[in-house]
Design a binder for this molecule. Sequence first.
Ligand SMILES: NC(=O)c1ccc[n+]([C@@H]2O[C@H](COP(=O)([O-])OP(=O)(O)OC[C@H]3O[C@@H](n4cnc5c(N)ncnc54)[C@H](O)[C@@H]3O)[C@@H](O)[C@H]2O)c1
Ligand SMILES: O=C(O)C(=O)C[C@@H](O)[C@H](O)[C@H](O)COP(=O)(O)O
Length: 549
Amino acid sequence: MSAPVVVLIGPMGVGKSTVGRLLADRLGTGYRDTDEDIVTAQGRSVADIFVDEGEAAFRALEKEAVRTALAGHRGVLALGGGAVLDADTRARLAGHHVVYLSMDVEEAVKRTGLNAARPLLAVNPRKQWRELMEARRGLYEEAASVTVATDGRTPEDVAQAVLDALAPHIAPTAGEPSPQTRPEDAVADPVTRIAVGGSAGSEPYEVLVGHQLLGELGTLIGTAAQRVAVIHPEALAETGEALRADLAGQGYEAVAIQVPNAEEAKTAEVAAYCWKALGQSGFTRTDVLVGVGGGATTDLAGFVAATWLRGVRWIAIPTTVLAMVDAAVGGKTGINTAEGKNLVGSFHPPAGVLCDLAALESLPVNDYVSGLAEVIKAGFIADPVILDLIEADPDAARTPAGPHTAELIVRSIRVKADVVSSDLKEAGRREILNYGHTLGHAIEKNERYKWRHGAAVAIGMHFAAELGRLAGRLDDATADRHRSVLESVGLPLHYRHDQWPRLLENMKVDKKSRGDLLRFVVLDGLAKPAVLEGPDPAVLLAAYGEVGE
Ligand SMILES: NC(=O)c1ccc[n+]([C@@H]2O[C@H](COP(=O)([O-])OP(=O)(O)OC[C@H]3O[C@@H](n4cnc5c(N)ncnc54)[C@H](O)[C@@H]3O)[C@@H](O)[C@H]2O)c1
Ligand SMILES: O=C(O)C(=O)C[C@@H](O)[C@H](O)[C@H](O)COP(=O)(O)O
């Protein structure tokens, strides 16, 4: 009978897949994971199965997947965290080399972080982990022949400890590594750190991009703070409460301040509501604000932080593509008024930015795609590799599961970080980040801030490209590329033709205007942004002629 060389059990997030792949690599055998088997067979994520059919249905699928894998797989096998809940499964494990990878509650909270894809831990992670561990520890110990603690150890160390423990029972298999083994995955998920600021009197800070970054939050908040306020949108009520509870568990007086979704949060009334909440909680200059959400939330949270007591520290936890690549980085904070977009605000950089890529999994596709407008902007103004990556597979670029998601986000953040580090207060170079925004903001105002920012900016970039072309600054190929790449991911190119007089009026309050002089960011070529001052009104109208419908 074939049997797995070793079966790994333990709680979710303990590192079974990373350690399992390392082990398979070292043993020269294949790796298999019953959660992956279920996802492949069902064509849905584990989280979706939980939501669609409930835990009992998932457990039935899991029991069958474990039975099949135990009978047919000869390599390393990892089971889902709850597989041992089933008595038949525990009985089936008898006689196998079963290793329980354990971790304590603190380590578990740190490792799983904000990962909304883990269905059992959406709210109050510390309390739920404790209960989960208490309920399951005995079952893991009952099913396992060996326990290996993972706390504070690297996956390589854990894999070595497993091999040491099993050495008397197993021998490496000679021959080629199995095609299922992916050595490139056999390392802990790396975190990319991008440095921002540090010049012109601004404090330097880092943008972290990766998974399971919650453990960094306490360090960023620091020990001087007694109170922490978490500003979050309605859509992230569970995440906001989980963060609050987690911070309270770390000893802070933590409050969660829920604000409306999207642009409805960027108003003077909502800012005043936040100030009231801070006042009522006795929030002082040493306390820290956390903004978790999309760009609208981080713009508001940063603005509240900039204005409360004339400025308190704040940390951004962006949860949309757009907020990760743009809004949360660079310290532009603000709210809208009836007269225009972002007309009230302040330059107030965060103390740190945590981009947990798992947050993107719950983002509706239209909001995901909206964020691609700012990614594409970064491509046109500074890093054309971004455009190449999107053009190679536009459909993949539209989802967080795409192969280049992390690279697109990191590249875009690097563009922004480079620009704002040299010109925090938009004295000059920073204006290039406004590419497409002059018309984009005018459209947003015209739509009473009901449109997605990225959609308006996409039309604005199309307009800026046509303006550059008609002004004799931009070559046809680069101008045409705007249309093709924006369209390929599903972003809009056109707006109502009859609205031009209103848009022109709206553009007059753009922050780049000087007196009556309209100013636009255009391209003199790919990745060559420049400012076009006071274009001929006929050229402006002709450029809009390409955009209007
Ligand atoms: N400060 C800057 O430098 C800067 C740069 C670019 C854009 N912005 C601003 O950013 C805003 C747009 O940001 P946005 O595109 O992130 O939109 P958004 O903040 O409006 O978020 C879009 C929607 O998704 C919800 N949401 C957020 N994260 C989610 C998640 N992980 N899962 C499910 N739902 C989630 C939000 O509550 C909202 O309803 C605009 O106000 C724009 O002006 C600011
Ligand atoms: O960071 C900047 O500078 C930008 O211009 C980035 C833009 O993508 C962003 O939309 C910003 O909020 C626009 O700023 P505004 O000063 O034109 O309101």
